[in-house]
Design a protein around this ligand. Sequence first.
Ligand SMILES: NC(=O)c1ccc[n+]([C@@H]2O[C@H](COP(=O)([O-])OP(=O)(O)OC[C@H]3O[C@@H](n4cnc5c(N)ncnc54)[C@H](O)[C@@H]3O)[C@@H](O)[C@H]2O)c1
Ligand SMILES: [Zn+2]
Ligand SMILES: [Zn+2]
Length: 372
Amino acid sequence: MQTTAFLVEEPGGDFVLADVELDEPRDDEVLVRVVATGLCHTDLTVPTMLPQEMLPTVVGHEGTGVVERVGAAVTGIEVGDHVVMSFRSCRSCAACRAGDVGYCEQSLLLNYMGMRADGSASMSRQRDDGRRQTVFGNFFGQSSLARHALAYADNCVVVDRSLDLTRLAPFGCGFQTGAGTVLNVLAPEPGDSIVVLGAGAVGLAAVAAARGAGVETVVAVDPLPARRTLAEEYGATALDPGDPGAASLEDRVRELTGGGATYAVDTTAVPEVVLTAQRSLRSRGMLVALGLGAAEYTLDAIDLLQSGKVVRSSVEGDADPLVMVPRLIELREAGRFDVDHLVTTYPFERIADAVADSAAGKVVKPVLVWGE
Ligand SMILES: NC(=O)c1ccc[n+]([C@@H]2O[C@H](COP(=O)([O-])OP(=O)(O)OC[C@H]3O[C@@H](n4cnc5c(N)ncnc54)[C@H](O)[C@@H]3O)[C@@H](O)[C@H]2O)c1
Ligand SMILES: [Zn+2]
Ligand SMILES: [Zn+2]
């Protein structure tokens, strides 16, 4: 079928709207008419890392929409269902069977290779010279920066039709990652303390989830005043890392947390910030480094050895989207995961404004709306 998608044609290039041919759904696929697509930082980072041979590509991995067609082998999803799309997993390897679907052995193949697992491309386009060109799609099993997406039973969460799909788009990645890190990886007690470095979409979702779970001491660090204000509205203490008159960041965190935070969550991917996060922990505290961007981090080896600290990362907050997205929607309904106001919607044609506003820190979570 013909549809419209945003292509990236060169590494780090702009999003260019183009007509593309999308395959009809195979037996294990569903065709989704995309209603809204959140922009995650990863959508901007990955195209800068791809070789020219994997371009043009269609990214987008926070799509929501309405199911238009369902492959013969798909169960549990029907035409007309409203879905939140997330990342893919094979559901049969050892990691998947243990419930750790973010660490699926097929993860790279299913989410990042630009085609189906069998090596077939699902998208193409007619070039100006008349020749057909492969378009790399299947990003996170959706490539939802497009009017239509092919998705799978393992990454489609059916949600109640009364819910606003423009608010749910980030539940597929950014919000799930921040909240999942707190609820699944850290599972804090109310008396624990958490410092969140970077109060963007992932960081604020972590703050919201921590406060919703009753954690009293949450510290959020961000250079942007508007983001610190949002963190404060959740009841966090917000710190400006560049505050000229203040003590070092780690000293300030230590003071606010009575000697060091139980947990730290980094969403900046800035090596110095990650090091500060490690040093801000109390003995046997844990840092989860979520950011994508730096090739290497430096850790303080002596501090690590002396204090038994744990430094780890997490794919999507160790969440299984089929479990986590419904759980977060329930928490949202119950007023314990209040994230709707972090979303700013844009008509899809204004993608460049959405990217620019996000880069300038004017909006936390831009969501493109495709309309009818
Ligand atoms: N691990 C995963 O599964 C996963 C999932 C989604 C996103 N990510 C990654 O998480 C990161 C955050 O994503 P996002 O969408 O929230 O991005 P974002 O740009 O909305 O948030 C990053 C925040 O860090 C702040 N920041 C920058 N420099 C800082 C500093 N020196 N000190 C403190 N704060 C600073 C920025 O002001 C911004 O608010 C990205 O790297 C993204 O690729 C990882
Ligand atoms: Zn698997
Ligand atoms: Zn993402």
